[in-house]
Design a protein around this ligand. Structure first.
Ligand code: AMP
Length: 180
């Protein structure tokens, strides 16, 4: 797809994402993707465009980050003929897990993955809806590394560029469809 066509497609998708001020707390402009998920043609195009840079790259597993990341990661995994692996908040996965803890604005959070979900040297694509400060994606990279697999890339629907999340992901192959 040419750069112009890509821009046009991304602009169409951008129009369908709803901005909700002061959610979940004052000062946050929440990017609500539910209207996009409800629009079959736009959702289909979003999945295709997020998968596109990683087609033919030998991706074996797609990792979805709880919870909105799951909704995008599942169809992207099917698109790339790869398996799907969930990364969840602490205490949600039933089997033995490996954890990574990262700093939030106030406090810490812990993400977990099943210890047997990635084989050594698997090529992994990480998927989420929004790249903000990059703390979440960087913790997920740590989980992948702990299991001996390789992060082939990170594909995000939305990037909040002013938060400079890419700085935390230096040296990684990061794609985002829509930038603010
Ligand atoms: P971060 O770790 O700061 O990059 O935050 C990324 C996580 O927080 C993602 O899982 C997003 O779903 C969520 N997130 C951060 N900022 C927003 C926002 N403005 N709108 C919607 N989700 C957000």
């Amino acid at each position: 797809m040419s750069e112009n066509n890509l821009t046009e497609a991304a602009e169409n998708i951008k129009k369908i994402i709803r901005n909700v001020p002061d959610f979940p707390k004052k000062g946050i402009l929440f990017k609500d993707i539910t209207p996009l998920l409800a629009d079959h043609a736009a959702f289909r195009e979003t999945v295709r465009l997020m998968a596109e840079p990683y087609r033919g790259r030998g991706i074996t597993k797609v990792l979805g980050i709880e919870a909105r990341g799951f909704l995008l990661a599942a169809p992207i995994a099917l698109e790339l003929r790869a398996g799907l692996v969930p990364v969840r908040k602490k205490g949600k996965l039933p089997y033995t897990t490996v954890s990574a803890t990262y700093e939030l604005e106030y406090g810490q959070d812990t993400l977990q993955i099943h210890e047997d979900s990635l084989g050594k040297n698997e090529k992994v694509l990480i998927v989420d809806d929004v790249l903000a400060t990059g703390g979440t994606a960087s913790a997920v990279c740590e989980l992948v590394n702990k299991l001996g697999a390789q992060v082939a890339g990170i594909t995000m629907l939305i990037e909040l560029e002013f938060l400079k999340g890419r700085n935390k992901l230096a040296g990684r192959d990061v794609h985002s469809l829509i930038k603010y």
